[in-house]
Design a protein around this ligand. Structure first.
Ligand code: MG
Length: 250
């Protein structure tokens, strides 16, 4: 099922994609979801980011080719940082380049959406705690990254976490093409088979440190080919089996 969140008659609602249109649902996927009344065309739906996360745990350098392009060693345990929920951005909304930065990059990433509270979950049980998967863009002020000792400032500006367009709940995340297109030109092209730490290992590692709550995100890292975006650009993150997340840059 493709689960999305939208603004409908002034209210935030969940819906699902079916036969090319949006079917409204009642409730939310972390408690109870019921069939709703009404449907509308996707082009009429004002999509919101498909979830409001309490926290977004992001994995750095999780593709060999990306570590290589920055001449960094392959990590032996996951490199983790956190993006704040205030960075969240809806599909179709504008990424704002902050005045403090001269280089703002896109990073196409598979994003895990946690469905149930998870603590000390072994890798082999990880899928019991996952609601589904969506596309994310780990937008990064690249020039601010080395200034900071760690990455919080460079990764946390408002609008730096585009997410969507929906959560695919029926998906095996182990072999999915991940791509980024800048103004229609393919810039990133890899596959989740190239992840250094796969989804089950990440759930095990992160839940051994902290409790993962329903709606929390794991951004699994980006492959090589990251690059800058300028005002007027259109950036699209595409993941096989999920769909395409498109945002403009200002
Ligand atoms: Mg990243």
């Amino acid at each position: 099922m493709k689960l999305l969140r939208l603004l409908y008659e002034g209210k935030e609602r969940y819906g699902k994609m079916e036969g090319g249109e949006v079917h409204l649902l009642r409730g939310n996927p972390f408690a109870k979801l019921k069939e709703g009344e009404g449907r509308l065309g996707l082009s009429q739906a004002r999509l919101l980011a498909p979830v409001l996360p309490g926290k977004a745990l992001c994995i750095g350098l999780n593709y060999r080719d990306h570590a290589k392009e920055f001449d960094l060693p392959i990590p032996t345990s996951p490199v983790v940082f956190i993006k704040p929920p205030s960075a969240l951005l809806a599909p179709g909304a504008e990424i704002i380049r902050p005045t403090q930065s001269r280089r703002v990059d896109f990073e196409a990433e598979l994003v895990v959406v946690i469905g149930r509270r998870a603590k000390d979950v072994p890798a082999k049980k990880a899928f019991d705690y996952i609601l589904g998967y969506t596309c994310g863009n780990d937008v990064t002020a690249r020039d601010l990254q080395p200034k900071d000792g760690q990455w919080t400032v460079a990764k946390s500006f408002d609008t730096f976490m585009p997410l969507g367009p929906w959560i695919e709940t029926e998906l095996d995340p182990s072999n999915l093409a991940v791509s980024a297109y800048l103004n229609g030109e393919k810039k990133q092209s890899s596959n989740t088979v190239n992840l250094i730490f796969g989804v089950p290992e990440l759930v095990e590692f992160l839940s051994s440190v902290m409790t993962l709550e329903p709606g929390d995100l794991i951004m699994t890292g980006t492959p090589s080919g990251v690059g800058p975006m300028n005002s007027g650009d259109e950036i699209a993150v595409e993941i096989q089996g999920i769909g395409r997340l498109v945002n403009k840059v200002r």
